[in-house]
Design a protein around this ligand. Structure first.
Ligand code: ZN
Length: 399
């Protein structure tokens, strides 16, 4: 169904044009930052080698190189049902797994936490890897644990995953706290002081507005798309995107087929048996192995698409979301947070090597080179710097 051709990829039997030389050059001289991938789950598998090119999944060093990736945020993630000290233990284990990659590949990767770290990695010809904690449940209700994560190099905390935490409501759970609890607001304050970025992807609308009001620093959505184009509860409404931008925040567009295409969502909803079949099949094949579950569910969904039970979602959908967010929020407030290795990617955007196409498509839409560079990573660098500046001013230091 998908194979690399001499020109562009072949999608469902149709060859795609190669990207233009101008796009290629622009892309490879830009700092490309992807603020959310779930590859960490694969790193837990001793047999997985990030340095080798893989036929499955979306991320490894060779394909990041082919895609011109300058920096990537690896999510630390465990199911929301795992809580307490066990959640902390597993989060620390995953942080350790990410840090180990930088040690294993010192000529390819650099562990980074700041915008300057990313620029330095780039100057040295390395890919910056950063850490994001995807879900406040991994804090175990303890600010000291949050401080420990920050000290180990975690750059952001996503307030919730798909379930509520003890202090924040998730967009895909029944409201429990009416947004953020008082402790939740304290968490935001501590993140501001530590210079950790507040990530509102997955949070409920009310939790988003509460976080926006409580935060002294700009906040961002590390991997969310536009709800007006695709009605997933965890996508952002136009009002939310504009409120985020008004406080100098960012929306980093998620590529997942079910978050960018309403047609795909409708088809999934019309066939609830597909979800059940996938659940049964991945449980049979993978048990609780999260990396295996993600890869297998992607494979099975593509099988359903091949059989015509689910629609083909093309990579143009990603551009539609970027373009909409730019129109309503302004060019300074949009970027990319693919969700590679954690979601189903549109056809033609199967892995990191396909990222230069984004630059090609934006040029075709008559975006200026400066504007494209902002979307690819410039906005994220500015955002990281403003979060760091806010932290310094809260701590009353200049360094
Ligand atoms: Zn997520």
């Amino acid at each position: 169904m998908y194979q690399a051709g001499p020109d562009g990829p072949i999608i469902m039997g149709k060859p795609q044009p190669a990207i233009s030389q101008t796009a290629h050059e622009l892309h490879f001289r830009s700092l490309v930052i992807d603020t959310h991938v779930d590859t960490t789950q694969r790193l837990l598998d001793d047999d997985f080698d990030l340095g080798a090119r893989h036929a499955d999944g979306s991320i490894d060093i060779p394909r990041m190189r082919e895609g011109g990736v300058g920096a990537i945020f690896l999510a630390i993630w465990i199911r929301g049902t795992v809580t307490g000290p066990e959640a902390v233990r597993r989060a620390l284990e995953q942080i350790g797994a990410v840090r180990r990659e930088a040690e294993l590949y010192p000529h390819e990767l650099t562990l980074a936490t700041t915008a300057d770290d990313i620029r330095r990695a780039r100057a040295a010809g390395r890919i910056a890897i950063l850490i994001g904690i995807e879900g406040g449940h991994m804090m175990n209700g303890d600010l000291e644990t949050l401080r420990e994560y920050a000290a180990l190099g975690a750059s952001y905390l996503t307030l919730t995953h798909t379930r509520n935490t003890d202090w924040a409501d998730a967009s895909t759970d029944r409201p429990l706290h009416g947004g953020l609890s008082e402790f939740g607001k304290q968490v935001i304050g501590e993140m501001n002081r530590l210079g950790m970025m507040v990530d509102v992807s997955h949070a409920s609308d009310k939790a988003f507005y509460d976080a926006l009001a409580a935060s002294h620093a700009p906040i961002f959505a590390s991997h969310s798309s536009c709800r007006v184009l695709c009605g997933a509860a965890r996508n952002m409404s136009d009002d939310m995107i504009q409120a985020l931008a008004a406080k100098d925040g960012l929306i980093q567009i998620n590529f997942h087929m079910g978050f960018v295409s309403q047609e795909f969502r409708d088809a999934e909803r019309a066939h609830p048996e597909i979800d059940r079949q996938i659940e049964e099949e991945i449980t049979r094949l993978c048990g609780e192995n999260a990396a295996c579950r993600l890869l297998e569910s992607d494979r099975i969904i593509r099988q359903f698409v091949g059989e015509g039970k689910l629609p083909v979602v093309g990579r143009e959908e990603i551009i539609r979301h970027i373009d909409h967010a730019v129109k309503i929020a302004g060019i300074d407030h949009v970027g990319i947070g693919s969700d590679f290795d954690g979601a189903e990617m549109p056809y033609g955007m199967e892995d990191a090597s396909r990222l230069p196409w984004i630059t090609h498509a934006l040029l075709e839409k008559r975006y200026s080179e400066d504007d494209i560079q902002k979307i690819l990573g410039g906005n994220m660098l500015r955002f990281m710097e403003s979060v760091a500046t806010a932290a310094r001013s809260m701590r009353g230091t200049t360094a």
